[in-house]
Design a binder for this molecule. Structure first.
Ligand code: AP5
Length: 217
């Protein structure tokens, strides 16, 4: 399956993607994680992306689209993928359609995670991520690691993301409404969108997502 996950910052896209990718045996491709890996390795791409991310803005399409396409070219993505955080504006959605069309492929579904803004703020304020692998995500109240400050999966140190400061989160939400929400209508016109509530326990949301995708959890 080729799936796009969409939803505001803190909706739980990364958290759900980890379970969905495992259940569906497809790779989880997060452009945010790819940027963070580049930042921690100090690559030129990471240096460029960091200033945009820290300000809560989108990294330019000229950088992002090529990076996402390179990742989709890797062998593990040949049979499908779960895109998390890409596309994030109409130009990226159109580029993805053109990329897939060029290969005679198309998306199967766009899963839209709906969550009220006050819940988003609570989720982001308590989020802690792993320094070794930013796809390992925890929460100080809702999803606690076994040992405080230590990643259950790999033992890495847990920390708070730079862009999770309150003023940056407000900016990210603004950018989401202005630039990312329009892609939901773009995909709705293609009959691809399934909207589910992202409220409730992580496992309940996964179950809802799997049934919206027509698979059993
Ligand atoms: P990115 O990393 O994609 O961030 P985001 O979209 O803002 O999403 P988040 O990672 O903040 O949230 P999430 O929905 O994954 O929630 P999570 O599962 O962690 O992008 C970061 C930046 O990179 C962007 O601002 C931009 O600058 C740049 N970028 C990335 N892609 C780009 C692109 N395509 N184009 C241009 N720029 C791009 O969950 C949040 C918290 O809630 C966690 O603590 C979790 O434990 C907890 N939680 C999850 N589910 C539940 C639940 N059901 N109940 C209670 N708590 C829960």
């Amino acid at each position: 399956m080729r799936i796009v996950l969409v939803g505001p910052p803190g909706a739980g896209k990364g958290t759900q993607a980890a379970y969905l990718a495992k259940n569906l045996t497809i790779p989880h491709i997060s452009t945010g994680d790819l940027f963070r890996a580049n930042i921690s390795q100090g690559t030129p791409l990471g240096v460029e992306a960091k200033s945009y991310m820290d300000a809560g803005n989108l990294v330019p399409d000229s950088v992002t689209i090529g990076m996402a396409e390179d990742r989709m070219e890797q062998a593990d993505a040949a049979e499908g993928f779960l895109l998390d955080g890409f596309p994030r504006n109409l130009a990226q959605a159109e580029a993805l359609d053109a990329y897939l069309q060029g290969k005679g492929l198309k998306l199967d579904a766009v899963l839209d995670l709906e969550v009220p803004e006050d819940e988003v703020v609570k989720r982001i304020a308590g989020r802690r991520i792993c320094r070794k692998d930013s796809s390992h995500v925890f929460h100080v109240t809702y999803n606690q690691p076994e040992t405080e400050g230590v990643c259950d999966s790999c033992g890495g140190e847990l920390y708070q993301r730079e862009d999770d400061r309150e003023d940056t989160v407000r900016k990210r939400l603004e950018v989401y409404h202005a630039e990312t929400e329009p892609i939901i209508d773009f995909y709705r016109a293609q009959g691809l969108v399934a909207t589910i509530s992202a409220l409730g326990k992580v496992a309940e949301v996964t179950e809802r997502a799997m049934s919206a995708l027509g698979s059993d959890a």
